[in-house]
Design a protein around this ligand. Structure first.
Ligand code: SF4
Length: 64
């Protein structure tokens, strides 16, 4: 499973970072969310929480 964030949709609300701080981070300038390069495996519950919390529905989980 991979995480895709629609950068055009993200409004920088930061709810994903609150839900899963090991997985998500935000750019310092625009606050756009991205997946941390050092994100650990096995945070499925927190990631699902982030998806639920995102007010812009900018996070998608994709099976690969
Ligand atoms: S919760 Fe959604 S809108 Fe807010 S920073 Fe994360 S991806 Fe962007």
């Amino acid at each position: 499973m991979s995480i895709e964030i629609d950068r055009d949709t993200c409004v920088g609300a930061g709810q994903c970072v609150l839900a899963a701080p090991d997985v998500f981070d935000q750019t310092e300038d625009e606050g756009i969310s991205f997946v941390r390069p050092d994100a650990p495996e096995g945070r499925d519950g927190e990631i699902a929480d982030a998806v639920d919390r995102c007010p812009a529905r900018a996070i998608a989980l994709v099976d690969r």
